[in-house]
Write a protein that binds this ligand. Structure first.
Ligand SMILES: [Zn+2]
Length: 487
């Protein structure tokens, strides 16, 4: 019988690192709910405690009743194919936008990581779609009753990427809701609300509304990716982006932006469109007016995702809605060149290698561990006219992190530094820049404000999804904001 106490929360990934998010809320002996099922990447994937390849699903499924998906980034959803392969047949609760995005994201992930067999992929996607239960934001949904515990779920705007949510899971002693006989205090003692933050967005994120803190969180499982950092403000960031573009184009080379297909690509396009509109009559570099600046988007997945962003305008924030009402198209503007097929991709890489034509290339993937950006880097990173701009977090053990570190330690620009990429070693002569706020993650201040906004301080805050230093710094910033802080 449920007594108001949650049994435990088990972390199957994303506890100590920023990838592989997967948490199990154990409600009773026989029932638990999984929150996210993300893929481990970089060093997190290699840290199998002595095992060369830890199994993707290394936990029993028997008591798991369903999966709550906070958003469709691969580090939160990438193990869903493995979960289903291991026999999971429960519902997948997510927002309506996530339900549209998930099949696109997983089709791509399966193609890259598991199989190229189209029939198998189709069969998996169809089976997965049947499991999806799309829920509107801000509405309680009863997910089930087990051993005297009623569990309800509410998804709230997280402002991180389109469709992203934080999950409020309310667990009540049986009949609380129905009988209505309990007074406020009894109801409180008989109910536990566990909030899983997923990834929280930063306020003023382009396109998306800001997250609002939960009304109640007895236990808060909080991400801490940027728990030790403060981002630049939106305006400074936009100005920095303008400066990087101008600088990169001055030496007539390409600006390569490794970007995640979901979220950052759309934010960048939105900001670049606004820069082009604002500086229409100025030159970005000698004889290169902003109006003629070419933006190459080379990621088929990013384009399909951008299309969903463009369709779901009712989820945009006020600013973006106003831009659209002026007849502008912030996600598909005339300066954009879209690369679809692989031949076209190879042709573009070759063309840029020969001409070093000044342009901005936004290509997947964000940490340079795979995706079309790798071919651009191999071809252009040894050319000093090239610039590389990182706009997202680079996890330890990824080529993106190697490039950032190498650029920092490179004493003289003439000296050669080599980067391991795709099985080879390539010289790095390109200039390297990074802008931190485009990653659509809350920084320390935003995370603290999120917790501060909860009317009654949580009994317990568990910091997840952050590296050691980030969790430590955030725990210090949150002291006295909760009964206990587990980091
Ligand atoms: Zn995310």
């Amino acid at each position: 019988m449920f007594t108001g106490e949650i049994m435990e929360i088990i972390h199957h990934g994303g506890r100590y690192g920023v990838t592989g998010s997967c948490h199990e809320l154990v409600v009773t002996e026989n029932a638990s709910i999984l929150v996210d099922c993300g893929l481990l990447q970089g060093n997190d994937a290699r840290a199998g405690k002595g095992k060369e390849h830890p199994p993707f699903i290394n936990f029993p499924l028997d008591r798991i009743q369903g999966l709550v998906l906070t958003h469709v980034h691969i580090d939160h959803c990438g193990r869903i194919p493995h979960l289903m392969g291991a026999g999971f047949q429960g519902p997948i609760w997510c927002t309506e936008a996530s339900a549209l995005l998930l099949p696109l994201v997983l089709e791509d992930a399966v193609k890259i990581g598991i199989t190229r067999d189209e029939k198998l992929i189709d069969r998996f996607i169809e089976a997965m779609k049947k499991r999806l239960v799309p829920l509107p934001y801000g509405t309680w949904h009863k997910v089930g009753s087990w051993d005297g515990a009623d569990v309800s779920l509410r998804l709230q705007q997280a402002g991180h990427i389109l469709g992203s949510a934080y999950a409020e899971l309310r667990v009540q002693g049986a009949g609380c809701e129905v009988s209505g006989k309990l007074n406020e205090k009894e109801l409180h003692s008989n109910t536990t609300v566990v909030v899983f933050s997923g990834d929280l967005g930063a306020p003023y994120t382009p396109l998306l509304p800001d997250p609002a803190p939960p009304e109640r969180a007895d236990i808060l499982v909080l991400e801490s990716t940027y728990g030790d950092r403060l981002h630049e403000g939106r305006e400074q960031r936009r100005e920095k982006l303008r400066q990087v573009i101008v600088r990169a184009l001055e030496n007539r080379g390409a600006l390569l932006v490794p970007a995640f297909s979901i979220g950052r690509t759309q934010e960048l396009l939105y900001e670049i469109e606004s820069l082009i509109t604002e500086h229409r009559h100025d030159e970005a570099a000698a004889n290169l007016p902003w109006d003629d600046l070419e933006i190459i988007v080379d990621s088929p997945l990013a384009l399909r995702i951008t299309d969903v962003y463009d369709r779901l305008r009712h989820l945009w924030d006020q600013e973006a809605t106003e831009v659209a009402s002026q007849g502008r198209h912030p996600l598909s503007f005339e300066q954009m060149t879209v690369i679809e097929g692989h031949a076209e991709h190879k042709g573009t890489v070759d063309y840029l290698r020969k001409t070093a034509r000044p342009c901005v290339v936004i290509a997947a993937g964000g940490m340079c561990a795979g995706g079309r950006i790798v071919n651009y880097l191999k071809a252009l990173m040894g050319d000093p006219r090239t610039d590389i701009l990182f706009v997202g977090y680079q996890a330890h053990g990824t080529p993106g992190r190697d490039i950032l570190e190498a650029a920092k330690t490179r004493m003289e620009p003439s000296k050669q530094t080599f980067i391991d990429l795709d099985g080879g070693s390539y010289p790095l002569r390109a200039a390297v820049h990074s802008i931190s706020g485009y990653s659509a993650h809350a920084d320390q201040r935003d995370l603290v404000n999120f917790v501060r906004g909860i009317p009654v301080a949580p009994q317990s805050i568990r910091l997840v999804h952050g590296e050691e230093e980030a969790r430590k710094a955030l725990a210090e910033a949150l002291t006295e904001r909760a009964g206990e802080i587990v980091r």
